[in-house]
Design a protein around this ligand. Structure first.
Ligand code: AGP
Length: 614
């Protein structure tokens, strides 16, 4: 979960590297650094604990010149966040500098062997071991840096996206990847390298996604060259990306998270555009039409995901079982990959991931493919590892999500799942025309209805302030809204640091009701029609024990208004789409409470946007 960026060309590298690091801070931000080779041939490495802005301050009186450089923003995996463990790391001779995103699983064995050969280490990181292994290979083999990198990586077990530069060869950057993301931007006589295209989109729209097991030789005087570890040439496929810079900026909002919450009317419009006919309501997903036999004959669907994407998958399970009558299982990818699961060739595994780089989810789809299952992806980042590792899929098209707490990606994922359920249900003949039309019209109404909920923001901000005292919250929901309760709880805990749990409302009497008192607010999603009376009973049981209630209700519900402490209304919509609307107030509530508590909303402590390590 670190960010890497590199540059080689005719411009000064430092400004490009620092701007790229700022764009990558969502990936990790406990320390940062850069390495440059200046016109005099000096290799200068500058790094410090803290954010990219701290690195910029540190560089004020330094020689940060040079037209070749690499830079890194870190989320610590080995060694505490400090100036020594920060990247770049350099070799014993001081002539090679390396930045690394990932984990070298067998670094200890390699480190012991290097120590036995007289090496000493400044840091506690696996990355410093790797740069010294590369130098050791180069010196003992008397080979080029590029060959030393290939030979060294054959001894490495783990995940890496690395970039290396050498004091004595200021015309070349060597880069390599395995499991961690890396993209190379092709400029006019210059090259850019990054973990994420969005960090270098200012300079080019032409990108090459480096694949697992590949090494890139990026020379300022030559065409880009990519080989595998056996030095066999790899294909160089250029992808043109049309990302706008405005999408990457805050757009006048205080935080990316608030911007992304408020973008949702447009992002859901973008998500459904061209996929659902406004006239007929017909859903067309190429991932389904191109693979209709797979979906018609599927005996089971298994969702694999993490975090918010796992919550979205729980709603996907309900949608697909309800509409397509296919048995569905939802698995934490981190559990699925290690429990020797039963996967059959007529299973369909659906990987859900905003970043498309989550290590556990990536590993889960590898397992599924080895077992012969058809693997489908629901991702946001175009060209991401998971997107490219699946047999087919549907992008959610909600644009870059910078805030660590996922918001617009969640509603985009659930919207895609609703369209997917309709498309599959149609192919399997398991959904009535009437219900198909009801749900597709509901999907088409989402942008306007989300905008209607967002107009409640002032009311939600006001009631949120009342509850900033709380140290614990419980979120309750039933049916389609049980996962929305889980998601609401996750939003609150990850940005406000208040403990929060989501529960099926009926579970209260099986234990959690013992927790109820005036100090612990309960959020109840009470929009369900079939379970409305039961939810009212839940609310009354909580009130009878002194609990305070924040209730999400259908617009015009005056009954709960009379018993809950606070009420937030959401517009009428078909039941299976209510989680999309009910998640919006819960996103806003978490945001406002976190802001009241002075939290770093976009970059909460200990978190990173993409968990590319296990
Ligand atoms: C969501 O708010 C969290 N930041 C986190 O749980 C996230 O959903 C999870 O890490 C999965 O990420 P992905 O969707 O990019 O795979």
């Amino acid at each position: 979960m670190c960010g890497i960026v590199g540059y080689i060309g005719g411009q000064e590298a430092a400004p490009i590297l620092l701007k790229g690091l700022h764009r990558l801070e969502y990936r990790g931000y406990d320390s940062a650094g850069l390495a440059l080779v200046n016109q005099s041939g000096d290799l200068n490495v500058y790094k410090c604990k803290g954010k990219v802005s701290d690195l910029e301050d540190y560089l004020m009186d330094k020689d940060a010149t040079g037209t070749i450089g690499i830079a890194h923003t870190r989320w610590a995996t080995h060694g505490i966040p400090d100036n020594v463990n920060a990247h770049p790391h350099f070799s014993r001779s001081g002539k090679i500098a390396l930045i690394h995103n990932g984990i070298i699983e067998n670094y200890r064995v390699i480190k012991d062997a290097l120590i036995a050969n007289g090496y000493t280490f400044r840091s506690n990181t696996d990355s410093e071991v790797l740069v010294n292994l590369i130098e050791y290979v180069r010196d003992t083999h008397g080979c080029s840096l590029e060959e030393a990198v290939r030979v060294a990586l054959k001894q490495v077990v783990g995940a890496y996206a690395i970039a290396i530069l050498e004091k004595d060869n200021p015309d070349e950057i060597i880069a390599a990847r395995q499991s961690s993301p890396m993209v190379i931007g092709i400029g006019n006589g210059e090259y850019f390298l990054s973990s994420d295209a969005a960090s270098i989109i200012d300079y080019t729209n032409d990108f090459v996604y480096v694949k697992d097991g590949e090494v890139a030789i990026i020379n300022r005087h030559k065409p880009l060259s990519i080989v595998n570890l056996d030095n066999q040439p790899a294909s160089i496929d250029i992808t043109k990306l049309e990302l706008s810079i405005s999408e990457l900026e805050k757009g006048g909002y205080d935080h990316f998270m608030l911007k992304e919450i408020n973008e949702q009317p447009r992002t859901i419009f973008d998500c459904i555009r061209g996929r659902i006919s406004p006239e007929t309501g017909e859903v067309k997903l190429s991932g389904v039409t191109d693979n209709r036999e797979k979906f018609i004959n599927a005996r089971r669907i298994i969702f694999v995901a993490c975090g918010t994407s796992w919550h979205a998958s729980l709603i996907g399970e309900h949608l697909i079982e309800d509409i397509c009558r296919i048995p569905v299982e939802v698995e934490y990818a981190s559990e699925f990959r290690y429990r020797n699961p039963i996967i059959r060739p007529d299973d369909i595994v659906i990987a859900v991931s905003q970043s498309g780089e989550t290590a556990d989810t990536l590993a889960a789809i590898r397992l599924a493919k080895e077992a012969g299952a058809f693997v489908y992806g629901i991702c946001n980042v175009v060209g991401s590892s998971i997107a490219r590792g699946t047999d087919s899929g549907t992008y959610i098209h909600v644009g870059p999500e910078i805030g660590v707490a996922s918001t617009k990606a969640f509603t985009g994922q659930v919207t895609v799942m609703a369209m997917l359920a309709l498309a599959i249900g149609k192919e399997r003949g398991t959904v009535s025309d009437e219900y198909y039309r009801e749900v597709s019209e509901g999907i088409l109404s989402l942008p306007d209805k989300i905008a209607e909920v967002l107009r409640e923001d002032e009311h939600i901000a006001g009631l949120s302030k009342v509850f900033t005292y709380a140290r614990n919250f419980i979120y309750l929901g039933r049916g389609y809204n049980y996962p929305a309760a889980l998601e609401g709880a996750l939003k609150l805990k990850e940005i406000s640091y208040i403990h929060a749990e989501g529960y099926p409302a009926a579970e209260m009497k099986h234990g959690p009701i013992a927790l109820i008192d005036a100090e612990m607010p309960t959020v109840v999603i009470a929009t369900g029609q079939d379970t409305y009376e039961k939810t009212i009973s839940n609310i009354e049981e909580i009130k009878a024990r002194g609990g305070r209630i924040i209730a999400l209700v259908r617009k015009g519900d005056t009954r709960i208004l009379g018993i809950a402490d606070k009420v937030i209304e959401i517009p009428e919509i078909t039941e299976c789409l209510t989680p999309i609307l009910s998640s919006i107030p819960l996103q806003l509530m978490a945001y406002h409470i976190a802001v009241c508590k002075g939290r770093n909303v976009d970059q909460p402590r200990n978190l990173a946007k993409s968990v590319t390590v296990e």
